[in-house]
Unconditional design. Structure first.
Length: 308
């Protein structure tokens, strides 16, 4: 059972999300919070697996709450999904650096939201397609002043740890990284955990952000970020396989006509003139064998004068 905490300052949205999650199999709502402070307190008390965090709230916004929650629970941090009404703003970038595991728009269909919670709980990252596109543009357009400061920190990594971190920056799962490096998945986890400890990172999302900020991953046309787990991929998991199209009804067979005999089919070849359809063969008397010089007509008896 996946334990979910819903955080939103609007009571109707919060209640609607909670009711939807409670009705889904395998999910349980362990708390509802109306502010960032309440979210911090409920996280400590209920220890949820996934937190749906509204980004814009009074007193303490979702970004600050996410950072404090993840800092306080480094041993077993919950997975935080940012809920936002906007495709992208400064909160989205800051939440990624704070350790959020994904972003969903509030107009996400219910079935996709449920599938997204399962995806996040399994350890994957999730981004709505529009959020992903605008994050890519944000990374490629604006220089980050921390690039120079963060790049030397990679010197503490071994060659293999840097290689694993780079592939994580391309949003590849551990299984695919293991296949590429020809090592076991457990070895990949070990290298990644060591790199995150050396770089003082608290989540995989922070590792992805650092990979770009440090220049380890350079955005480009072939960037594997396009393969990030997106809302369209989650919808493909949640969508059931469509049934095969029904075959067109077979028209009823017409009753055989008198001309549909083998002999008629034999002689129903196209005539030399295509505009004239051949007439069906008419039944005729069977041919009788004839001898040369004879006639099939019965001969009249010879006259008396012709008799010998």
């Amino acid at each position: 059972m996946i334990k979910v905490l819903v955080v939103d300052d609007q009571v109707l949205i919060r209640a609607g999300l909670a009711a939807l999650i409670r009705a889904a199999p395998g999910l349980d709502v362990v708390g509802e919070a109306a502010s960032g402070q309440e979210a911090i307190a409920l996280t400590a008390a209920a220890r949820p697996d996934v937190i749906l965090m509204d980004v814009r709230m009074p007193s303490m916004n979702g970004v600050t709450a996410t950072e404090r929650i993840l800092s306080a629970h480094r041993d077993q941090p919950p997975r935080v999904v940012i809920l936002t009404t906007f495709d992208l703003d400064e909160y989205v970038y800051n939440a990624l650096r704070a350790g959020a595991s994904g972003f969903l728009l509030k107009d996400t269909p219910p079935e996709r939201l449920i599938a997204a919670i399962h995806t996040i709980a399994s350890g994957d990252m999730l981004f709505a397609p529009t959020v992903t596109q605008r994050l890519v543009k944000a990374y490629t357009r604006r220089p980050d002043p921390d690039v120079t400061r963060l790049a030397p920190e990679l010197d503490a990594l071994t060659a293999r740890e840097a290689e694993v971190l780079k592939l994580v920056g391309h949003a590849l799962p551990n299984a695919e990284i293991a296949t590429r490096l020809n090592v076991s998945e457990a070895t990949v986890k070990t290298h990644l955990n060591r790199a995150m400890v050396k770089l003082n990172l608290g989540s995989r999302a922070q590792a992805v952000a650092l990979a770009y900020e440090s220049g380890l991953v350079t955005p480009g046309p072939g960037d594997r970020r396009a393969r990030m787990t997106s809302e369209s991929q989650v919808s493909s998991r949640s969508r059931t396989t469509a049934p095969p199209p029904r075959p067109s009804p077979t028209p009823a067979s017409a009753p055989p006509s008198s001309t549909a005999s083998p002999s008629a089919a034999k002689w129903s070849k196209p005539a030399p003139t295509p505009t004239v359809s051949p007439k069906p063969a008419q039944p005729s008397k069977p041919d009788q064998p004839t001898m040369p010089g004879t006639s099939l007509d019965t001969p009249e008896p010879p006259s008396l004068a012709e008799r010998p």
